[in-house]
Design a protein around this ligand. Structure first.
Ligand code: URA
Length: 240
């Protein structure tokens, strides 16, 4: 049965710092099984006891996994001096200390973004070794040719000499294409099309492995997902 100090539990499971957690406990704002607990060092049985902070239950979860439909104009960073970050637009109830994005989308890219405080999962999901496919819909300033499709399939060499792994490019209509990559280099898709003299006007990620962007998830909103389902569709799917 996992046990944790009450102050540590609160600072792990909420956005509170350890100092803030201790202050809340000492102020009498925290109950354990309905009884006010003023000892920060109180030894909590995390899976058995119920903790409430100012009347709101704090459920124990080792990690949190979120899916966002990222809107334009927000950056994938912990903080930014000029722009809002994806963490700024997440509802308070999902915020945790080590929450961060699994890979990054550019400020002007929309679509599927996973956020978690599980570093091991994040590492596996973005590692090129795992070959988790990431699919994007791209709107271009010109039509793609059969040569572009063949070049993507061979593996593009970027302007700075970096070799990309083979990628799949599929024409959808005159200006739109679907592109699937298996790694995540900086501005990779824009740079790959740049090599082919094609400009990217819009970019949206629609899937990671078998995980699709939920159709009904509005831009800027998040849903919580469970680890087993997420892993099965991403890091475990790619191993098969
Ligand atoms: N490639 C890009 O160029 N931008 C993104 O946001 C994602 C992949």
């Amino acid at each position: 049965m996992p046990k944790l100090r009450l102050d540590r539990f609160l600072s792990n499971q909420t956005p509170l710092s350890r100092t803030d957690a201790i202050r809340e406990i000492k102020r009498g704002n925290v109950t354990v099984d309905g009884v006010i607990q003023k000892q920060p060092s109180f030894c909590l049985e995390t899976e058995k006891q119920t903790v409430m902070l100012s009347g709101v239950e704090i459920a124990y979860k080792e990690h949190i996994y979120l899916i966002m439909n990222k809107p334009k104009g927000v950056v994938c960073a912990a903080r930014d001096k000029l722009s809002k970050t994806v963490l700024d637009i997440i509802p308070e109830k999902y915020r945790r200390k080590d929450l961060s994005t699994v890979g990054r989308l550019d400020k002007d890219t929309t679509g599927l973004l996973i956020l978690t405080d599980d570093g091991d999962f994040a590492h596996k999901c973005i590692s090129p070794k795992k070959m988790v496919p990431k699919k994007y819909i791209v709107t271009l300033d010109n039509s793609i040719t059969d040569d572009d499709i063949a070049a993507f399939s061979d593996g593009i060499t970027l302007a700075d000499g970096t070799r990309c792994m083979p990628a799949t490019l599929k024409r959808l209509n005159d200006r739109q294409a679907e592109v699937t990559i298996f790694e995540g280099k900086y501005h990779q898709i824009k740079r790959m099309f740049g090599v082919r003299n094609l400009g990217v006007n819009a970019l949206s990620r629609v899937s990671i492995g078998l995980l699709n962007l939920p159709e009904k998830l509005p831009l800027g909103e998040v849903i919580e997902v469970n680890f087993d389902e997420l892993a099965e569709k991403t890091i475990n799917f790619s191993q098969n």
